[in-house]
Design a protein. Sequence first.
Length: 85
Amino acid sequence: MQKSIFNLSPLDTLMYTPEQIFTPITGNKFIAQISEPGHSGAMPAIRIDRASWNEEKEKKPMLRLAGVYFFENRKMNAHLPSRKW
């Protein structure tokens, strides 16, 4: 069962109310995008942050954006890591 964060409704969790900065696409569309000459694609790099969130006095692992990978001609050509603020 999905627990809520900050004692809110279970429907008000991060799983049910994601904020997206990347438009979701299917895997086959991404492969088609990076295979086309002159086109590139970006894929977010995510990591599990086990230290920043607590719930009921226990550490709560959460996903965190770790950067972006850029692809062109089916090869990764750049990685832009996220910055720690």
